[in-house]
Design a protein around this ligand. Structure first.
Ligand code: GDP
Ligand code: MN
Length: 358
């Protein structure tokens, strides 16, 4: 069929636009966004990238969560942008309020101290609820009960490349449970006692620690499994504003117990424990290392950082919008833990295997 200006068109005007043109996603998966009504514009720009680059060919549903009811405007515009189903969840109060074990006076004092020290989000109560929600609650939502996989999307993020295969299928077929695109150092002041709490938990539950885990990535000078008790957390964590992961990892007894243990410690409030270090430590300790995947072929930006695939092949096939030098990718930033990841997996600075000479 010819388009009216004479160009052969693969699908327009044949009643089979992108929405029903190609394969339909077959995984039990949802895109998931925690977001506020006032972030509508930024939510749409992230959605547009994911829809254009990937999801319009798969039509996975979007699940939105908010601690306040979504506005009609928010629902209208986001459902228009989505190629598949949409669902809007109101977070129950008990998942977004001070738990009873928290001493409110102590909490306010600690928060004030952290604000005075200009620790990032140190003075924010809502940020703490957000981190605790992402750590312990979203995966329990009845809206996600029929799903095994989620792709976490944040407002204001960009996706630079066509996603040429289904990442959920990739994860499932390759036995992956958790994935990331950027890894970096956490601010020590936000997690002063997270590592000691983790040690305490691991002493109590050695059965949850996987053989062949990724402890060697999150401590320096790793020797053996006792390094958990001898070495400090090196602050490397997966930047969790992007996550494609198995919901059943968080639903596992190991992680439920870990979250409950951490929650009882109060560090989500007295300190400002992020969901990123919590997820990262859990994935690093509870999973065999081959179950964590670095998506080297995803071009991604969450301000202030961006990264692109290193190799020409991914960049070409993915039509990546990456008009910057390889060195500008966050992978090579001094603040990135990517080099440690490659080293930990015996790969060189481009992710290629280092040949082993015997
Ligand atoms: P940053 O990336 O660590 O700077 O934090 P963001 O401000 O991006 O927040 C992380 C995610 O949680 C984003 O998806 C936000 O839209 C969402 N978020 C943060 N605070 C709130 C809140 O108070 N309510 C709701 N509904 N979402 C929030
Ligand atoms: Mn963000």
């Amino acid at each position: 069929l010819k388009h009216w200006w004479g160009v052969e068109s693969p699908y327009h005007f044949r009643g089979e636009g992108p929405r029903n043109r190609t394969q339909i996603g077959r995984e039990k998966a949802s895109l998931v966004m925690l977001v506020r009504n006032r972030e509508l514009k930024d939510a749409l720009s992230a959605m547009k990238d994911i829809e254009d680059r990937f999801n319009r060919h798969y039509r996975y549903p979007w699940t939105f969560f908010n601690d306040e009811p979504f506005s009609e405007e928010f629902k209208l515009h986001t459902s228009r942008m989505a190629s598949g189903e949409v669902q809007y969840g109101l977070i129950p109060k008990e998942h977004w309020s001070l738990p009873t074990n928290i001493d409110e006076k102590k909490f306010r004092e600690k928060m004030k101290e952290m604000a005075d020290k200009k620790i990032i989000y140190g003075g924010s109560e809502s940020y703490r609820h957000m981190c605790r929600y992402n750590s312990g609650f979203f995966w329990q939502s009845p809206l996600l009960k029929d799903f095994d996989w989620y792709w976490r999307v944040e407002p204001s993020t960009s996706f630079y490349c066509d996603q040429l295969y289904d990442p959920f299928t990739f994860m499932r077929e390759n036995g992956k449970r958790y994935s990331f695109v950027m890894t970096m150092y956490e601010f020590r002041a936000t997690i002063e006692t997270l590592w000691s709490s983790t040690r305490e938990f691991a002493k109590k539950h050695p059965e949850y620690i996987a053989e062949d885990n990724s402890l060697g990535f999150i401590v320096d000078d790793y020797k053996d499994k006792n390094s958990l008790f001898k070495k400090d957390f090196n602050l490397c964590h997966f930047w969790s504003n992007f996550e494609i992961a198995d919901l059943n990892l968080w639903r596992s007894q190991a992680y439920r117990d870990y979250f409950a243990f951490l929650d009882a410690k109060g560090g989500f409030f007295y300190e400002r424990w992020g969901d990123a270090p919590v997820h990262s430590i859990a994935a690093s300790l509870f999973l065999p290392k081959d179950q964590i995947h670095f998506f080297h072929d995803i071009g991604y930006r969450h301000p202030p950082y961006k990264r692109c695939p290193q190799d020409d092949e991914s960049t070409d096939y993915g039509r990546c919008q990456c008009p910057f030098n390889k060195g500008e990718s966050f992978d090579f930033d001094g603040y990135s833990c990517q080099k440690r990841w490659w080293k930990f997996h015996n790969q060189d600075d481009s992710g290629n295997p280092i040949p082993s000479y015997k």
